[in-house]
Structures are given as C-alpha cells and as structure tokens.
Ligand binder design. Structure first.
Ligand code: PLP
Length: 406
C-alpha cells in the first residue's frame, strides 16, 4: 500500500513546545488580558524591527483601522490602496468613513509603484486623498523612498501594510539596509500575526511608528478611547479633588474608541514566536531558493516570482507566475488536481476593486496591471516546517498537472 502523503497547506504556523510553555505560564499567572507580556512583546518587537514605538492589537485588520484613526482620516478624506491586496487594507479606510482610491500594480510583482500612486492622485477622488497605503505583497517591498517622496510633496500620510513582510529588509539610497517596520519612509507600519503569517499569535496585529502623537492615539483608540493621564485630561475641575489630588477613578473619553486590545495569552505566543523570527525567515528564504531552482525547467509556462531589486524578503507567499492558457488548462482545474494530490494552493488576491461592495460604490475601474497579475498568480505551499523534499513534491505535481516537461 502507498504511504499516505502529508497534506501541504499553502501556509501554516510552526508552534513548538517552547511556545506552548510560554502560553501555559501566562494561564497560570495573574493576568489573562493586559498584563506584563503585552508590553514585553511590544518592546521586543519595536527593537527587532528598529522602530521607536510598537502597539499590539487584536488583529492586522484592527491595526489598519487604528492606523486610519491615528492619522486622523474621516469623512470627506480618501486613501490610496493598491487593489492587489487583502480586503482588510481597503476596509480599514472605510471603517473611518473615508473613501478608497484604488491604485493599479505592476503586472509582474503585484506591487504598487510611484506611477500608480500618481495615477490615483489624478483620479476623481484625488483632491480628498490624505494617505497612501503601500502593501508589501508576498514579502517584497513597494518602492518606499519614491512613494514617500511623492507623499511628502502632496502632504500625504504613509501607512505601510507589512502584513506579508515581517523580517524583510531592503536597500535604501546611500546603501543603507532598511528593516520593514522601522518606518524610515512612512508614518506607520502595520503587521498581522494570523497563523499563516510568519509569526503567529492566533489573532493579533502590531503597529509601529516613530511618532509619539500617533502611538498615543493608537493606544487610546485601542482601549475605548479612554484617557487616564492627568496631563491629557480636558476637564481638570472634575478630575481633581479640592485638595488638588487626582481622583483615582477618573477617566475621560474625548472620542469613542474600540476594544482592540491583545491579551497576555496571545502576546505570550507572539513573543515566543518572535524569538524564532530569524530562523523562520532563513528557512522561508531557503525554500524559496529551492522552488526557484526546481521551476527553472518549466519556463516560460511557469516563471518564479519577479524580484524586486535590492530587497531581501521575509517571504510570506511563494507565488510563481503561471501561463495557464498556454498550458491548455485553467487555474481551477490545476488547483483541484493539486488538492487531490495533497497540495494546497491559493490565489492572492482577487483584486479588491472588483468586490461587489466596492464596484457598487465606485463603479467598474480598469486596473490592467492587477488584472494581469491576478490571471497568472498561484501561491504554492510555503511555511517554515516544510522539508526540502516537499518542494520537489510540489513542483513535480505541478509539472504533471500542467503537463510541462522539466
Ligand atoms: C493578513 C492580512 C491582513 C489582515 O490581518 P488579520 O490579522 O488577518 O486581520 C491585512 N492585510 C494583508 C496584506 C494581509 O495579508
């Protein structure tokens, strides 16, 4: 009998006994939610990516919402979002009642460039645009120096959606190596710790910034909008007793916020996982190298992901470009056949501007770079616990399904 083969999802977490012990320790302690591990995680994360401040929250989506709140976006404003991303990048803008100006992307990398940002600025939503939200698709970076130069010219805030790019570095003008999350060219960077991402928290997200005012707003909106700091209160009369002492029960809410806190339980997992980040990233890079090599013989039907020069990605996804029609098949058939062989794949992403909600709101738009990228992309399994031989298995199965010689 044939040995049953292990199913390979397109992504999954790598949780070990050390992670489990870290979570159990919190469960035996005094705090389940906001306790000492929340701050320990934030400090370790800020240090790791090279930012002055970090604030953890309940998801990457919450982090995107908090980012929109923190830069003061609201009704009448708009933000530029590349259409090749997950829904949450655009939805975070809608949560504050601002509009989304969808931008096109490069048809090979799926990344928004400065020219795409410029085109969005010239669109009907242009005059209201207050922020731009580059997405580091698959772990490779959008051209941050160029985008931030353009943003500065136009007085726009820059929010990086780095949910794919924890552990990514890129070369800057002058030869510096920039860590994603350090906010060298942005006001805010946002991360997710969903289990398919490089570091898992269950559910969790992070915001990094170098701006003290932004981090104050993020922390306030994360926790119902409450202010307890006597120095920040508006009504000083009620906050202080006649003897001049601060009333210990007092707090104020200048604007309503949310409960987007992350618990100590989740942060214990995040902190333990963060200690292994370098190992995770190294392993993902090794697997990507193996994939690239294994796919060499399958060009031009299958081509490895197009590379961004000077970027050293902490790869989240491995999405080669596949010419399904030249192979005489369709993507759905390929996905189903691979699934039957125990190999999970996924399409990242169906362009967000084509979602019925957005199409109803803004009408049909022509974003040809994204359409082309979308037609060709397919994410193959990539996670740190994969073995070298898994790559061979995936590529052999892909060649068989596409009927391409290697
Ligand atoms: C995962 C992801 C998000 C949302 O993160 P959650 O933690 O799942 O809410 C946002 N943007 C991108 C690009 C993502 O990949």
């Amino acid at each position: 009998m044939k040995k049953p083969t292990r199913f390979l999802p397109y992504g999954r977490q790598a949780v070990d006994e050390e992670d489990i012990a870290a979570v159990v320790e919190v469960l035996r302690g005094d705090w389940l939610t906001t306790g000492p591990v929340v701050e320990a995680f934030e400090i370790a994360f800020a240090e790791k990516v090279g930012a002055r401040y970090a604030a953890v929250c309940s998801s990457g989506t919450a982090a995107l919402h908090l980012a929109s709140l923190a830069v003061g976006m609201g009704k009448g404003d708009a933000a530029i979002v590349p259409t090749m991303t997950f829904l949450a990048t655009a939805n975070g803008v809608r949560y504050v009642d601002a509009e989304v100006a969808f931008a096109d992307v490069d048809s090979n990398t799926g990344l928004m460039g400065a020219a795409h940002v410029q085109a969005a600025l010239n669109s009907p939503l242009g005059p209201g645009i207050k922020a731009v939200i580059p997405v580091h698709l698959n772990g490779q970076t959008a051209p941050m120096a160029e985008i931030s130069a353009l943003a500065r010219q136009r007085g726009l805030k820059v929010i990086e959606d780095a949910c794919h790019a924890l552990g990514t570095t890129y070369g800057d003008e002058g030869g510096d190596s920039v860590s994603v999350g350090s906010c060298r060219h942005s006001d805010i960077t946002v991360f997710s710790f969903h289990p398919v991402k490089t570091v898992a928290m269950g559910e969790g997200g992070m915001i990094t910034t170098n701006d003290a005012e932004i981090i104050e707003r993020v922390r306030r909106f994360r926790n119902h909008g409450m202010v307890r700091d006597p120095e920040r209160l508006s009504d000083m009369k009620e906050a202080f007793a006649p003897d001049g002492k601060f009333e210990p029960w007092y707090y104020d809410m200048p604007e309503p916020g949310f409960n987007y806190r992350a618990s100590d339980i989740n942060c214990a997992l995040g902190l333990s996982q963060l200690r292994k980040l370098d190992r995770f990233v190294t392993r993902r890079r090794e697997l990507v190298g193996l994939y690239d090599k294994a796919l060499e013989g399958m060009a031009p039907i299958v081509r490895p992901p197009a590379r961004v020069e000077g970027c050293d990605p902490g790869w989240h996804l491995y999405a080669p470009r596949i010419d399904f029609s030249a192979a005489g098949t369709g993507r759905a058939a390929v996905m189903r056949s691979l699934q039957a062989k125990g190999i999970g794949t996924q399409v990242h992403y169906r362009p967000v501007h084509r979602q019925s909600y957005y199409e109803k709101r803004y009408g049909a738009a022509s974003l040809p770079g994204a359409e082309k990228y979308y037609t060709h992309c397919l994410s193959l399994p990539l996670f740190s616990a994969m073995e070298d031989s898994d790559v061979g298995r995936v590529v052999a199965a892909l060649a068989e399904v596409l009927e391409v010689d290697r």
